[in-house]
Structure formats: structure tokens, C-alpha cells
Design a protein around this ligand. Structure first.
Ligand SMILES: Cc1ncc(COP(=O)(O)O)c(C=O)c1O
Length: 391
């Protein structure tokens, strides 16, 4: 019998040895063996089965990280999942595993701004060229492919501007041209979309967000298929980008309720989106309006939506936009998202970066909401009172 993922999350990782419903946190730099023969046997096992959790040094992990990797591998339906100290560590590991000096990489234009800085600026110093494509005009992807292109890096939806892309078309372009693909799937998590099963070679999730769910830990996961496993494994060893056991434990604990929390984030966000969609002063950046391209692309590939959304506000009075944001009482001001609580940010250049294809007019402003697990009626009432300031 194979239980559904929801049941699996509640029943996995029990520790009958210590009679604890949750696994212990195993902290170790030195992993101790009974003899030299024991060390050699373990190393031979690790060579034969590199994903099997056979370690000879703490930097490789302990049983605590292995348990988290096993759970995530099932969630992703992937060959393996690497875990890193931050989500951005997973972005770096994915790219570093594949591209080399002289190569080119194609990246979706509305990518998380630090990913833009890494590819556009930092990789340039190593003679790696980055080209950005328009997420809603994939001709700009196809026409920029050259013999040197090694990786297509997608983030879906676009960071802060929430464009949804035709993922099926991206995979067929990549396969036709024999180019590897990576996606930052933090917004949906594999609970709502499974990239590896769909055809991506690598899939990144910032575990800091919904996996942890409680805004108290940082981590990242990089799921891979068999094709890229050896490359990523080699890069992981060289960089030492591995998650510590305490953080792995907290993320495993968060995952127990991933489905419950995400279902509620989705329901709450839908109610807030329904309220916001009635206003003419702004465009809702969330897959809600059925007649839009974004909605169609979301519906085609995703089984649900998370709690992160945006507003494109049209106003000649930027101070009134600031006043609207500053008058919210139930939304915290701060970076990150995916925790139990609601957050808001007024997006400026620091957040969006120097995009090639974003046409934001002078009187258009971006505001991002993370819809948390509060009573959605309270959140709606709060937005309603703050909206009085928007002119
Ligand atoms: C889409 C996306 N990817 C990656 C990251 C990086 O994750 P972390 O903050 O865990 O390094 C973030 C962080 O905000 C993000 O929003």
C-alpha cells in the first residue's frame, strides 16, 4: 500500500529506537566508528550507493539531514534532493554545477534579484555570459540559444511581478536544443507543481519559506534527476554547501504540516484576491482572473496557488501608495515570506533590479503581499481601511 503524501508526512521519520515520534537531532563533526574496517566498509557503501546516507564526516550530513532529504525526494518525485544552508545556496549550487567559463546561460527576466546579480554580474567575471528572456515571449528565449548555451534558468512565477510562463514550451525548446534546465519553484513548492516529473533537470525551493513555515530557519533544497546527479554531487562536495542538522530538524518539523498550511494559504489568498480584484485602481498579480494569460498558464501546470501575490497600483501620488502600505496593521514589514504570518512590501528598484522587459510606468507601483494564516476577513478589513489613503 502506498499512502498519499499527506499521510506519509504525518507518519514518516518516527524513531522507534528512542521511542520518539520525531527523529533525533544528530549533531556530529566527527562520525565515530568501531574500527578502521568499519570506516572502510562505510566508505565502500557510500561509493556504491551515494544517496544512501552513509557518512564518514559531519560535513556530509548526519541521519537528521538524510531524513529530510528522503522526505523531500518523495515530495519532489526526483532522483535525489540536496539540502543547502539557504535557498540562495541551492540557486548557486544548481548554476555552479553546470556552467563553466566560456558558457552561456539564459535566465527568465523577472528572476529573484540576487539570482540576477549572480548571473548577470558575478558570472561575467568568470567569462560566463547571461542573456535574459521575456517570460511571456518565448521567442526571446529560443532566438538567444547558441552552441555555448548550457542552462536555461526559470523562475515561475516571476519574482514580485508574478508572470506565469508556458513551462511546457520551455521544456520542449530545451530538449530540442539539448540544454539543461533549472527552475526556482519556491512559490508553488512541489506540493502544487512537480518540476522534475514535468521534465526539468533541477528544481530549487527556498526551504526558508513554506517548508519551514515558521519564519525561524533558513535552508534550501535542490532536487535533481539522474542525468545531473553526478555533476551536482561533485559541486556540492567541493563547495561544502550543506545544511546543518538543527536547521534540517526544524525544516522536517515544518514539513509535517506543509499540506495543511499551504491549503489554508491558498484559501485565504483566494478570498483576499477576490476582494482585491474588484478595485479599478490596481491590477491584481495573482492567478485569479480567468480571462488572463497568467491564469491560463497557471491552470495548465499547477494544482494550487500559494499565498504570495502582488498589486500593480496606478497612482500619480507615490506618497499615497506609501501611506496605504504604512497604514496596514496586520501585515508585517519585512523580507522573506512563506511563514504563518502576513507580510507586505512596497517594491522598488532594490527588489526588482534592472529588468530588461518590465515596463513599469512612472505612475505604476508594485506592492507585494504574503497572505498568512490569520482569519482572511480580518486581513480584508485591514486592507479596506488602509485603501482609504490610496489616491
Ligand atoms: C523565489 C526565491 N528564491 C530563492 C530565494 C532565496 O532563499 P533564501 O532566502 O532561503 O536564501 C528567495 C528568497 O526570498 C526567493 O524569494
Amino acid at each position: 500500500m502506498t499512502n498519499s503524501f499527506k499521510t506519509f508526512l504525518k507518519h514518516t521519520a518516527k524513531d522507534f529506537h528512542n521511542q520518539s515520534v520525531n527523529p533525533p537531532v544528530v549533531r556530529a563533526s566527527t562520525i565515530i566508528f568501531k574500527s578502521m574496517e568499519h570506516i572502510r566498509k562505510t566508505q565502500a557503501k557510500a561509493k556504491k550507493n551515494p544517496t544512501g546516507g552513509h557518512y564518514d564526516y559531519g560535513r556530509q550530513g548526519t541521519s537528521t539531514t538524510h531524513i529530510l532529504q528522503k522526505i523531500l525526494t518523495r515530495l519532489e518525485e526526483s532522483y535525489h534532493v540536496f539540502t543547502t544552508p539557504t535557498g540562495f545556496g541551492s540557486v548557486f549550487l544548481a548554476i555552479f554545477s553546470i556552467v563553466r567559463p566560456g558558457d552561456e546561460i539564459i535566465v527568465s527576466d523577472p528572476v529573484y534579484n540576487p539570482t540576477r546579480a549572480l548571473t548577470q554580474d558575478y558570472l561575467k567575471e568568470f567569462n560566463i555570459k547571461t542573456v535574459f528572456y521575456n517570460p511571456q515571449d518565448l521567442n526571446t528565449l529560443e532566438k538567444n540559444i547558441t552552441k555555448k548555451t548550457k542552462l536555461i534558468f526559470v523562475e515561475n512565477p516571476g519574482s514580485n511581478s508574478f508572470e506565469f510562463q508556458d513551462l511546457g514550451k520551455i521544456i520542449s525548446i530545451a530538449k530540442k536544443n539539448k540544454i539543461l534546465t533549472a527552475i526556482d519553484n519556491t512559490w508553488a513548492t512541489p506540493y502544487y507543481f512537480k518540476p522534475i516529473k514535468f521534465g526539468f533537470d533541477m528544481s530549487i525551493v527556498s526551504a526558508t519559506k513554506y517548508y519551514s513555515g515558521h519564519s525561524d530557519v533558513m535552508g534550501g533544497s535542490l532536487a535533481v534527476n539522474k542525468k545531473v546527479f553526478n555533476k551536482v554531487s561533485a559541486a556540492e562536495k567541493i563547495t561544502g554547501l550543506r545544511l546543518g542538522p538543527d536547521d534540517a530538524y526544524l525544516i522536517t518539523r515544518g514539513l509535517r504540516t506543509l499540506d495543511v498550511r499551504l491549503d489554508r494559504h491558498r484559501e485565504n489568498a483566494k478570498k483576499v484576491a477576490s476582494f482585491l480584484s474588484k478595485y479599478k485602481k490596481f491590477i491584481l498579480l495573482y492567478p485569479y482572473k480567468k480571462d488572463s494569460y497568467n491564469f491560463r498558464m497557471w491552470k495548465k501546470y499547477y494544482s494550487g496557488a500559494s499565498g504570495l501575490m502582488g498589486l500593480k497600483i496606478k497612482s500619480k501620488n507615490i506618497n499615497s501608495v506609501r501611506k496605504f502600505v504604512n497604514s496596514l496593521k496586520l501585515f508585517g514589514y519585512g523580507y522573506s515570506w512563506g511563514g504563518f504570518e502576513s507580510l507586505v512590501l512596497h517594491q522598488e528598484f532594490r527588489e526588482t533590479g534592472n529588468r530588461k522587459y518590465m515596463n513599469l510606468a512612472k505612475d505604476e507601483h508594485l506592492v507585494r503581499f504574503h497572505i498568512g494564516l490569520e482569519d482572511p476577513n480580518d486581513l480584508i478589513a485591514d486592507i479596506k481601511q488602509a485603501l482609504k489613503h490610496l489616491k
